[in-house]
Each structure stands twice: as C-alpha cells, then as structure tokens.
Design a protein around this ligand. Structure first.
Ligand code: 9MR
Length: 388
C-alpha cells in the first residue's frame, strides 16, 4: 500500500509526461465530487491480476452465468479475427442492429431476415446462445414508417411485426428484448412512459400487448424489458428506476408473460456517481418480483478521460470491476453482455468520440483483439461471483 503523499508521486511517475495533463484533470475533478469514484483514487493499488487464461465465457459458466456480446453482421462476416474472438469469449450473441425494424423492414410489406439469419446461423454453428434485440422501440424505425403507420393501422403493423419476427426464431432464442426503453420520465407522460409512436397510436397497453404476442409466438424465449440509464445515483436515474419498477410491478400483477429486466449498463468512466447501496436495493426489488436480471449492453465510455491509453485502461477496468462486483452480488443477475467485444467496432466511436480524436477504448478487447485490463476486470468479477 502507498501512503497518500507518495501515492500521488507514484501516480505521476506511472503516467509519464503524457499522463500529466490527465493527472491534473483527475486532481481537479476530485475536488468536484462526485466524479471518478474509487477507480481514480485507488487505481494504483489495484493489480487486475487474473488466474489462468480461461476465456470469459468459461469463467461465467463456472458460476452459472452467461457471458456474451453484441455484434453487427457486416463486421462479423468480414472479420475472421472478430469471429475467432467472439467464438472464444462468448456464450451468447446478440445482433447489434439487424433485428430492428429499420433493418428488417425495407418496405412495409417486406421482411428481410438475411442478416439476422446469418447471425443466428453463426451462433448455432458455434454452439452459442442467440438473443433478440429488439421488437418494440421508438428508434431505428424505417423511413417509410412515418408516412405509412397511423392510428388506424398501427395495431395491425405491431401485431404482424412481433408475431412474424418471434415466429421466425421460435425455439431458437434464449431471450428477446421485447420492449426497449419505454420509460422516460422527462417526457411528462403518465407513469413515466416515453413519448413514442407506439404510445401515441396504441396507448399505454402496447407494452403488455407486446409481451403477450411474443409469448404466444415463442413460448420458450425469456421475455425481457430492456432499459437504459438505470445505473447511476443521480436524481434522474432514481426517478427512472422507480418508474421502471412500477411498470414491472404492474405487468407482473396483470399476469403479463415477462421474465426479466435488461439493464443496458452503458457506463461513463468520468461520471461514476455509482451508489452501490441504491443499485443493490433496486436489483433486489426487481428480483423480488420473480424476475431475472440481465446486464445487456455493458461498455464504459472513456470519452473524457486523460489521453494516455494506459491511464484510461486502468480507470475503465476499475469501473468494470466495481460495477460488476455490485451487480453480480445479486443472484437474480444471470447474464452479462458487452455491447461489442473489441474497441475496433463500438458505437461509442461515432456516438461519443473523444475531442482529441484518439480512438475510444470502452470494451474488453483492444482494436487488435488483445485483452485489455477491462478483460481482466471482467474475468476477476466472474471469478469472484457467487455461483448461481
Ligand atoms: O449500437 C447501435 C448503433 O449501431 C445504432 O446506430 C444505434 C441507433 O440508435 O443503436 C445502437 O444500439 C443501441 C441499442 O439498440 C439500444 N440501447 C442503446 C444502444 C446504443 O445506442
């Protein structure tokens, strides 16, 4: 253990000249708490050591957990190294975009399953589970949607879409994100519901209807409600957690066939106001409804961290380990998926790029598919998790 005074000297030495600006940023940030939780402060005392070389899926399986990742079909089909990495590390695969309306529905009367079928086949060939994302979302609707869908025909499209898509993969899906991101208390709607075409055209019961349709077409799949921005301890997230819990309670009390909550977990390293107590109690409230929990889209944005990749990797890894050690304590958590596996393909490089232009490093493997400290952090969290 370092003493506090020598720790900051050691930290500067470790970071080198390129990390100096980062160190200053950390020091300044520390004064404006809550920013950078334990990861920045205790960073140098963490070794991220991992026993053995077992891939993540093996470590997860040993604890009764499922580990996997999302991938786009284009990337996967054209990149043998990505294929090998996914096959090595993942026990479950989820199409990043290919099962969304925008991709499946080029025209109102046409379904194009070519890319999602390719991914399903890839999963089958490599004995991976396959996961569906997502049947009902307010985003990534096709261009024609606005022109064609209205109050009169919305239910027809809704029923047809859910039934056709779930039937196509019936018996093959581990789980379906039936409804995605339906809560947004800032939208000012009843029960914290998000403004969406589905709410507008079908009313609040569209959520229940979606689960009933999916269960009818694919009675074997685990039906999940997937949501973002539930993890941190700000007021906004608090209100959202409460609204989500109420939604789940209502669905359960009406006998809706819903089996799990998906917590997306797009974490942001420079924020980090994670309140373990509040998160644990939310997870336990969800579990007490008889629902399982999946961590569905885990990544850690390093957008605003110091430039030095070594410094970023340590902080990102710390966020991974801190977060997973809290959520895996809850036995209802049965699966962890990253949103992408390697930094080569991540939505964050276009959605939240760094202002210095340096490539982002949010995932367990680097852009050459080599495990980073984030991989170690995940491996450690799985190794330390209780058995399911
Ligand atoms: O990773 C997906 C990206 O390629 C798409 O352009 C984007 C469109 O909004 O959606 C991304 O995936 C999202 C997922 O479907 C739902 N949760 C948030 C994910 C990241 O935005």
């Amino acid at each position: 253990m370092f003493k506090k005074s020598s720790m900051s000297r050691r930290r500067l030495l470790y970071m080198g000249v390129s990390g100096l600006a980062g160190a200053i940023a950390v020091a300044v940030a520390k004064d404006r708490l809550p920013i950078y939780p334990s990861q920045a402060v205790n960073n140098l005392t963490r070794d991220f050591k991992v026993a053995g070389l077992t891939p993540l899926k093996g470590r997860a399986t040993a604890k009764g957990l499922i580990y996997g990742a999302a991938s786009g079909q284009d990337f996967l089909a054209s990149d043998k190294t990505l294929q090998a990495s996914i096959v090595r590390e993942c026990g479950i695969l989820v199409p990043e975009n290919e099962l969304k309306w925008q991709f499946l529905r080029p025209r109102p009367d046409v379904f194009d399953f070519s890319k999602s079928d390719w991914l399903a086949q890839f999963a089958r060939t490599h004995k991976m589970l396959f996961r569906g994302h997502t049947l009902v979302w307010y985003e990534q609707l096709p261009e024609w949607f606005k022109e064609v869908v209205n109050r009169q025909n919305a239910e027809k499209f809704f029923v047809e879409h859910i039934t056709t898509v779930t039937k196509r993969y019936a018996g093959q899906m581990h789980s379906w994100d039936v409804v995605n991101e339906a809560i947004e208390p800032d939208d000012g709607q009843k029960a914290g519901l998000r403004k969406s075409p589905w709410l507008e055209f079908l009313g609040p019961d569209y959520i229940e209807l979606a689960y009933r349709l999916a269960a009818q077409a694919d009675p074997k799949a685990m039906l999940v409600y997937n949501e973002n921005a539930l993890e941190y301890s700000g007021r906004k997230e608090e209100v959202k957690r409460t609204a989500v819990l109420k939604l789940l309670e209502r669905l359960k009390s009406r006998g809706t066939p819903i089996h799990a909550l998906g917590i997306q977990s797009h974490l942001v390293a420079q924020e980090g106001a994670l309140n373990a107590k509040k998160l644990r109690s939310f997870l336990s409230d969800v579990a007490s409804l008889g629902l399982k929990i999946l961590i569905t889209e885990l990544d850690v944005s390093d957008q605003k961290l110091p430039l030095d990749p070594a410094v970023r990797d340590r902080i990102v890894a710390s966020v991974y380990e801190d977060y997973l050690s809290v959520v895996l304590d809850e036995k209802a958590v049965i699966a962890v998926l990253n949103w992408g596996l390697s930094d080569r393909h991540t939505w964050l490089s276009t959605f939240t790029p760094r202002s210095d232009g340096a490539p982002v490093r949010p995932l367990p493997l680097d852009s050459s598919f080599k495990p980073k400290l984030a991989w170690n952090a995940m491996a450690r969290a799985f190794d330390q998790a209780r058995k399911r």
